[in-house]
Write a new protein. Structure first.
Length: 152
């Protein structure tokens, strides 16, 4: 199995308007490898937008790609037209290993889900692959599946 590395760039937002108190997730688009550049809030209520999807060959480069800001602005304006582009700045980046470059939502094939499997010939080894959002939400169900694989 080949992993594909999607760097997710985040952009901070320094303007006081619009004032929002909720997360915004755009509807996933078929063929896109992520959930879209969404609005997140940190514990202090500051707004960040991200992650986008930038395919990279190695997971080592965690520098924010400033060149991706223009594309992020276009995506953000789809659901938040009042965003001030001058208040956006590169913030941080992370790497998400993915099972394919075609995205979780694909035309004609539905949703590409997580892989949770016991590895034959390696007793007690369980592979957990492709666990993206909503992986944390699904963590109890994933744990139950692992328990069943290990203990029947």
């Amino acid at each position: 199995m080949t992993l594909h590395f999607a760097k997710g760039n985040y952009f901070s937002y320094g303007a006081s308007r619009p004032r929002l108190s909720r997360l915004i997730y755009p509807a996933p688009r078929p063929g896109h490898a992520g959930l879209g550049t969404h609005l997140t809030l940190d514990l202090a209520g500051r707004i960040r937008f991200g992650p986008d999807v930038e395919w990279v060959d190695t997971p080592e480069d965690l520098s924010v790609s400033s060149a991706r800001l223009a594309l992020a602005i276009d995506e953000i304006r789809d659901y938040l037209p009042a965003v001030d582009p001058d208040a956006l700045a590169p913030d941080y980046a992370g790497i998400r290993p993915k099972l394919s470059r075609s995205g979780s939502v694909t035309h004609g094939t539905g949703f590409q889900d997580f892989i949770v499997r016991a590895e034959e010939g390696h007793g007690g080894w369980i592979s957990l692959l492709g666990i993206e959002s909503p992986g944390l939400t699904s963590s109890l169900a994933i744990a139950e599946r692992v328990r069943r694989l290990l203990h029947g």
